[in-house]
Design a protein around this ligand. Structure first.
Ligand SMILES: *[C@@H]1O[C@H](CO)[C@@H](O)[C@H](O)[C@H]1NC(C)=O
Ligand SMILES: *[C@@H]1O[C@H](CO)[C@@H](O)[C@H](O)[C@H]1NC(C)=O
Ligand SMILES: *[C@@H]1O[C@H](CO)[C@@H](O)[C@H](O)[C@H]1NC(C)=O
Ligand SMILES: *[C@@H]1O[C@H](CO)[C@@H](O)[C@H](O)[C@H]1NC(C)=O
Ligand SMILES: *[C@@H]1O[C@H](CO)[C@@H](O)[C@H](O)[C@H]1NC(C)=O
Ligand SMILES: *[C@@H]1O[C@H](CO)[C@@H](O)[C@H](O)[C@H]1NC(C)=O
Ligand SMILES: *[C@@H]1O[C@H](CO)[C@@H](O)[C@H](O)[C@H]1NC(C)=O
Length: 921
């Protein structure tokens, strides 16, 4: 019912406007629905809908009473009592005072004004459509004084129908006010009072000062912009007021009228808290109330968007007053105002603005009733509202689910950069990303994005053992607020899930080989296979005697029993229990994730195992005709006898430093060599050899140890070495020689011995069965001897070191000779001269060292030396071989020349002496 009534009213109104419009200005169109106007107290209040004028060009013109249209401009607006601006919603607002320049005033009761609104799609308005909008308002209830504080002007109007004053009284006034006497008949004059003094002007001249002054049937009014030369700024109850103090004078023959036309309006008074706008207006403006005790405040009311608000509390507003202040509080976000999004310095935030009107009526004896109206649009400062990225990902779904929010509803998601790909929202949706707007109950919004883990724009990283880290990087692009400002917001979401299946190695065995089968999925991409510290590849496999095959699903590694890297866990007479370890390492970090081991038992009667610690086990099958007594087999050192034997098989176990084992270097390997011998039984035992019953038997045993990691890094300082250092893994071979005619031993083996002597005369050793005992500060005398070589060659020490055990790779080690020279950190080491004696046939075949030991944290020490042979000849006139230390030779008396082409300069050897028991005193 109500709505229907309203509609009917509006139609009637439109009809009326249409009628009057046609009547007046011919071609103009009648006002359409986008124009809305009301009569508000003493103002015309017009609203032009934003939705209609958007993207159009328009002007607002006033039709003056003679029918001429007048274009509005700022100066005219302030002077004529008009305001053309926008409300907080973006609608165009036009307000005109009833006392405005072009308003037709009928007896100060009826007021009419006609607007022409010209609208065009183009900037050139010649082809614009003109909408004529006539308005007519009635306002019979003028207060004796009305003050309007508009956005761009101040206006005071007062009634002039004062009671008639007698001539007698006039005379008295005139004598009291000398200025008044000079007032011309029928001419109003204005007197301004400002800090710079008093200024009197004719009404016609007031115009030039920026004022507008006129009278109507029963009123006079003064309108002023906010800053004129006569404006005075003063503070009333904490609020700055802009004041024009003036008196208007009018004289008729029998009457002198003096009217106070002072106007005073607040220019500030707004403050902001986090949650509210606070607007303060003084209750009593002292300049407007001359007799304060008579001041009585009456009604205070407010309007928002030009609408009167009867119960401010219904909207959450509060309107408080006391004797000094009227305080309006508007919670930020309250309805009536507008909260809109914006971007400031790249930060998302909001501003809230509201169009307010405050009307205060009061009485005092001078004016009886004053109506005081203030119109103000208030906008908060920028309030940052940093949006948050909310991660709603449920790992099991394998979908990133991310929400960005919260935003005000005036924000639009327009584009996204996912990973490295920039996509518009539409493109992103076409790509299959789920993008949706989420509307929260409180009116805010968020944007949800769903991206599968397996999308190409998701970064993935293999982490830990069996997990993948998925990383979604998004850069959102949003259009913010009415101005569609660009705003970017990045989001980085990670999710780690255990979705990687580590490969499982499967081991199996056959008679001679160990096998490991490893699934190839993910191999090389995430993982690498290693044998010890060497990556497994076709090349390394081939070099170490493995065989690698790959089928669709698995890599199969075949490792022969005696291949490099096999670990012999248990070796007995008849059985070898071997193990082979394959390491699964993470390619990115080289971290060992798993060790695949295969363990096999082999029944073998013929094998040699060289253990990393230097122990050698040999099982040999000796089928000879006639058969020999296996109990009589031995190694080079005749005291080394088999540990076990049968009729056809022997089993030896010895250490490379014993049993006459010799050593040589070949390429990257250290080769220990021994021989399994069968001593021919000679009959008779005494006398010249005659017939042998047993066949000659010789089996060469070779153990190869890689030297790269050991010898080359021999100078390890105690305490600094890492205990995880791997010892060389040995491997061995056997060469059977059934004939005595074979070479007595491999050509390139040096026979080296070394011993500890009791004193510097180097005559007496400690013997085989007594250990040397030394105080730690006593020097040790070490001699290294080359045996079985030609007189012309010279023994040279390569590297010598002290260690706590006789194992070649024993650590820690303390270097004493490095590359043939006395080591710098060895304490005190020096070469001692060697002279010919009974024992010393060729001094060139000896090297002697006097070693003043440092305080070593050991009780028992061994002296290790690697050596080589120099075939340099003693020839006068030549210098030393380059890079060589003297090694005890006398410079100046002996000179050398070298047969560089002689292969024998490459021959190496090794010997260990000790132990020496150190007594720490
Ligand atoms: C205001 O005062 C200044 C300086 O006294 C003067 O130049 C200017 O013309 C005055 N303005 C008006 C509108 O009278
Ligand atoms: C004063 O008002 C009259 C009547 O409305 C008008 O004709 C006149 O131009 C106005 N004077 C000024 C200075 O505005
Ligand atoms: C009136 O209210 C204002 C603001 O709340 C306050 O600052 C002022 O002190 C009050 N005045 C009196 C007289 O209570
Ligand atoms: C609106 O709702 C969202 C979601 O519930 C919340 O995060 C946000 O803080 C709320 N905003 C306001 C102003 O209440
Ligand atoms: C997001 O995109 C904008 C515009 O391309 C760029 O200026 C900004 O640096 C980007 N932010 C991030 C975190 O990548
Ligand atoms: C996102 O949520 C998932 C699932 O709760 C969680 O595993 C992941 O760590 C989170 N990521 C971030 C960056 O917060
Ligand atoms: C991943 O590894 C952890 C421990 O390292 C284990 O508890 C978990 O079951 C594994 N998950 C999968 C899927 O393999």
């Amino acid at each position: 019912m109500k709505n229907a009534e309203k509609l009917l009213c509006r139609i009637l109104l439109l009809f009326l406007w249409f009628q009057s419009g046609v009547g007046r200005s011919g071609p103009a169109f009648a006002s359409p629905g986008f124009i809305e106007s009301t009569c508000s107290s003493s103002m015309f209040w017009v609203k032009l809908e934003k939705s209609f004028l958007q993207d159009k060009f328009f002007t607002v013109e006033i039709i003056d009473p003679s029918g001429v249209s007048v274009l509005l401009d700022e100066e005219l607006e302030a002077r004529c009592g008009y305001v053309l601006s926008n409300d907080v919603w973006g609608n165009t607002i036009f307000r005109a005072s009833f006392l405005g320049c072009h308003v037709i005033n009928e007896m100060d009761e009826k007021f009419s004004l006609t607007l022409n609104i010209r609208v065009s799609l183009f900037q050139d308005l010649r082809a614009a459509t003109t909408y004529q909008h006539p308005m007519r308002c009635s306002y019979p209830t003028w207060a004796p004084r009305e003050i309007l504080c508009e956005e761009n002007y101040m206006e005071v109007s007062v009634k002039t129908d004062v009671p008639v004053i007698s001539d007698y009284e006039t005379a008295e006034w005139m004598s009291a006010l000398p200025e008044a006497r000079k007032v011309l008949y029928q001419i109003w004059q204005l007197i301004f009072y400002s800090p710079s003094g008093r200024k009197k002007t004719l009404v016609s001249d007031a115009d030039k000062l920026g004022y507008s002054f006129n009278n109507t049937l029963s009123r006079v009014f003064l309108r002023s912009p906010y800053s004129t030369n006569e404006t005075e700024h003063s503070v009333a109850n904490g609020v700055t007021m802009s004041t024009i103090s003036s008196t208007s004078m009018y004289r008729q023959r029998w009457l002198l009228l003096l009217i106070d036309t002072t106007v005073s309006c607040p220019v500030d008074g707004t403050s902001f808290t986090d949650v509210a706008i606070v607007w303060t207006v003084p209750s009593m403006v002292p300049r407007l109330v001359l007799q304060e005790p008579t001041f009585t405040s009456h009604n205070i009311s407010m309007a928002v968007n030009g609408q009167r608000i009867e119960n401010p509390e219904h909207f959450g507003y509060t309107l408080d007053r006391n004797n000094t202040h009227i305080v309006t509080t508007i919670p930020i976000g309250a309805s009536g105002g507008r909260l809109k999004s914006t971007v400031s310095n790249g930060v998302y935030g909001a501003v809230y603005s509201i169009d307010l009107l405050l009307e205060h009526t009061w009485t005092d004896t001078d004016w009886h009733l004053t109506k005081y109206t203030v119109i103000k649009q208030i906008t908060t400062p920028f309030m940052p509202r940093i949006p948050r990225v909310v991660n709603n990902t449920v790992p099991e779904t394998r979908l990133f689910d991310v929400t960005l929010g919260v935003f005000l509803h005036d924000v639009i998601l327009v584009a996204l950069k996912i990973g490295e790909e920039q996509l518009s929202r539409k493109e992103a949706q076409q790509r299959g990303y789920k993008i949706s707007d989420i509307h929260f109950p409180n009116g805010t919004i968020g944007f949800q994005l769903v991206v599968p883990f397996d999308d190409p724009n998701i970064l993935r990283e293999y982490v830990n053992k069996n997990e993948t880290k998925y990383h979604l990087h998004v850069n959102y692009t949003l259009n913010v607020g009415p101005q569609l400002k660009l705003y970017h917001h990045p989001a980085d979401i990670e999710c780690i899930i255990a979705d990687v299946e580590l490969p499982e190695g499967i081991g199996f065995c056959d008679k001679e080989n160990m096998y490991l089968a490893v699934p190839i999925a993910g191999l090389y991409k995430y993982w690498s296979l290693y044998v010890g510290s060497k990556p497994l590849s076709q090349a390394t496999a081939l070099a170490d005697g493995y065989f690698v095959t790959t089928n669709d699903t698995h890599l199969i590694l075949q490792v022969p029993l005696f291949a490099v890297g096999a670990i012999y866990e248990e070796v007995s007479f008849e059985r070898i229990r071997a193990r082979f370890d394959l390491l699964l390492k993470k390619t990115s970090t080289m971290e060992t994730l798993d060790i695949f081991s295969v363990r096999c038992n082999f029944h073998s009667s013929q094998f040699i195992v060289c253990y990393p610690n230097g122990t050698v086990t040999v099982s040999a099958l000796m089928k000879t005709v006639p058969s020999i007594d296996m109990g009589k087999t031995r190694l080079k050192d005749s005291t080394c006898r088999p540990k076990e034997f049968t009729k056809e098989q022997v089993f030896f176990q010895f250490h490379v430093s014993t049993c006459g084992t010799s050593l040589r270097f070949e390429g990257d390997h250290l080769i220990y060599e021994n021989e399994l011998l069968f001593e021919k039984e000679t009959l008779p035992a005494q006398g010249p050899p005659t017939i042998t019953r047993d066949p000659a038997y010789r089996l060469t045993i070779l153990c190869y140890y890689p030297i790269k990691e050991t010898l080359m890094q021999s100078a390890v300082i105690y305490g600094s070495s890492s205990s995880s250092r791997t010892l060389p893994t040995g491997y061995g071979t056997m060469m059977t020689r059934t004939n005595v005619a074979g070479p007595r031993r491999a050509r390139q083996v040096l026979h080296i011995t070394s011993s500890i002597f009791k004193d510097e005369s180097f005559t007496e050793t400690y013997g085989q069965h007594s250990e040397a005992l030394k105080y730690s500060r006593e020097p040790v005398y070490l001699e290294v001897e080359l045996k079985d070589e030609a007189p012309g060659v010279e023994l040279l020490l390569d590297n010598c070191w002290v260690a706590g055990s006789e194992e070649f790779g024993a650590i820690p080690q303390w270097s004493i000779i490095e590359d043939g020279c006395e080591s710098k950190d060895s304490g005190s080491v020096s070469f001692s001269p060697v002279t010919k004696s009974d024992r010393v046939k060729y001094p060139n075949h000896f090297k002697r060292l006097r070693i003043q030991m440092q305080t070593l944290p050991l009780r028992k020490v061994y002296f290790h030396c690697t050596v080589k042979v120099s075939t340099c000849l003693h020839l006068p006139g030549n210098g030393l071989p380059e890079g060589q230390c003297l090694q005890g030779r006398k410079l100046g008396t002996i000179d050398y020349t070298c047969h560089t082409s002689d292969q024998r300069s490459e021959i190496h050897g090794y010997a260990v002496a000790g132990p020496v028991l150190v007594i720490h005193s």
